[in-house]
Design a protein around this ligand. Structure first.
Ligand code: SF4
Length: 155
């Protein structure tokens, strides 16, 4: 009986945490070697014209407060360790979004001597947003798809 109460309490608490995470995801952005094209599109996505904040998304600077790591560009050998350090500082559960052709595969920089590869060569990626650079609409679609995938299965 006691265990049933605890399970019901945990289920309610987990549901509340998931609800809060989906409705107010905090995002940290990291450029791991991008040409800045993707980064400019992220900025455009945050402007009132596209208004990513209407989904509760907040861009902020500390990995310790972030739910989602938005990573642009191929991962250069120089930035690889920093990317890993940022990811390790994020609290669980955490999610990585690879943005742009470079984030997906290294893009035009693929095979270069100083490139470790796409983001998923270094970190587990939850969502991919292709494009060079992806348009704000694509960025919004990718982020919303990730948030929808975090909803607990019904039933
Ligand atoms: S995907 Fe295109 S815009 Fe984005 S970093 Fe690579 S080259 Fe630049």
């Amino acid at each position: 009986m006691e265990n049933t109460k605890i399970n019901a309490w945990e289920k309610t608490l987990n549901g509340l945490k998931t609800w809060a995470r989906i409705n107010s995801p905090w995002v940290i952005h990291y450029n791991s070697g991008s040409c800045n094209g993707c980064d400019i599109e992220i900025l455009a996505t945050l402007t009132p014209r596209y208004d990513l904040e209407r989904f509760g998304v907040k861009l902020q600077g500390s990995p310790r407060h972030a739910d989602i790591l938005l990573c642009t560009g191929p991962v250069t050998r120089q930035s690889r360790d920093r990317l890993l350090r940022i990811y390790e500082q994020m609290p669980e559960p955490k999610f990585v979004v690879a943005l742009g052709s470079c984030g997906l595969s290294g893009g035009v920089f693929h095979g270069s001597y100083n490139i470790a590869g796409g983001v998923d060569e270094v970190l587990p990626v939850s969502a991919y947003i292709p494009g060079c650079p992806p348009r704000p609409e694509a960025i919004i679609q990718g982020v919303v798809a990730l948030l929808n995938s975090l909803k607990e299965p019904k039933g």
